[in-house]
Design a protein around this ligand. Sequence first.
Ligand code: SF4
Ligand code: SF4
Length: 69
Amino acid sequence: MSKDWYPVINYEKCTGCLKCYDFCPHNVFGVEDKKVIVVNPDNCVDFCKGCAKGACDFEAITFFGDEED
Ligand code: SF4
Ligand code: SF4
């Protein structure tokens, strides 16, 4: 089964604040070289958007599968 909803980080906007990493309770994000990366896209809850709305202050997170994008 291929996942059709997961976060995508725009590194041109991302400041590396790590708030999304701290926010998500499903271990979707990981940190590598002080940069947040999506390590477990399968863990992302469909249509959650919690990290984009509640954590990221820089509009750096969008979602694969989001028709608004
Ligand atoms: S949308 Fe929700 S489940 Fe998915 S990465 Fe963000 S906070 Fe985690
Ligand atoms: S919360 Fe936004 S700016 Fe901060 S690390 Fe995550 S994607 Fe980057």
